[in-house]
Design a protein around this ligand. Sequence first.
Ligand SMILES: O=C(O)[C@H](CS(=O)(=O)O)OP(=O)(O)O
Ligand SMILES: [Mg+2]
Length: 232
Amino acid sequence: MSFRFAAIPDLAETPTVAVVVDVMRAFTVAAWAFARGAEKIVLAETLNAALELTRGNPDWVALKDGAPVPGFDAVNSPGLVRDMDLTGRTVVQKTTAGTVGALAVGDASLVLCASFVVADATARLLRAERCEDVTFVITGEDGNADEDLACAHYAARRIGDVRAEAAEFVSRAGRSRAAADLTDGLRRGYQGTHPDDVALCLEVDAFPFALRASRENSLMVVRPVMSPAPGS
Ligand SMILES: O=C(O)[C@H](CS(=O)(=O)O)OP(=O)(O)O
Ligand SMILES: [Mg+2]
C-alpha cells in the first residue's frame, strides 16, 4: 500500500482512494454528530446551498463553521455538537476546509473523512479494503496544516502497525496553528467555539467507526461505517 499526502489544489486527478483529513474541526464534528444520533451528513457546496437544502427539508439541521448566523441551527464545534440531540436527523454541513476537500474528490471510488477521533477505525477499514494506493487529502492551510498532517501520518502508520502510538502525532497537532487559533478565539470570545474543542479534536480513536462519503443521487453524503475489529 502506497501513501500520498496532498493538498486539494495538488490533486491533478481524482485519486481512487481518498482520505480527506480535517481534524479541526469538520470531521471531528461529523463524528460527534453521529455519536449524537445523526442518520447522515450531507455536505453542502456553499452556505446558500446548505440553506436551500434545509428549506426543502425542514427537519434537517444546517451546520456551518465560524460564528452562528440566522438560518443555521448549529456551528462546527465538537463541544457544542456534543450537547445536541441529533437522533435520526440529517445534518447539512458546510465548512471552510473539510467539506470542500470531500466534495473535491467526490468521484473517487472510496472517500473517507478522517480526524483523530476516527483515525484507527479509518486505518482498519483501509486495511480491510486492501487499498493499493491511498491519497490523504490535507485540507488545512493549503496542505500544510500540522494537525491534519499529523493525523494523516498517524492513520497511515496504524494501517501497517496496529500498535503504533499516537502520542507524537497528537503532540504535533496540539502545537498547531489551528489549535492556537481556536484557543485564542476563545480568549477573544469568538462565537462558534467551545472551551473543549481542541481537546475533543485530539481525543484519539474516541469512536469505533469510520466516516464514508459517497454520492447519493446528486448529494455527497457521509455515513458512519463500523470498521473490522482490531487485529482482524
Ligand atoms: O471550523 C473550523 O475549525 C475551521 C475554520 S478555519 O478553516 O480554520 O477557518 O474549518 P474546517 O473546515 O473545520 O477546518
Ligand atoms: Mg480544519
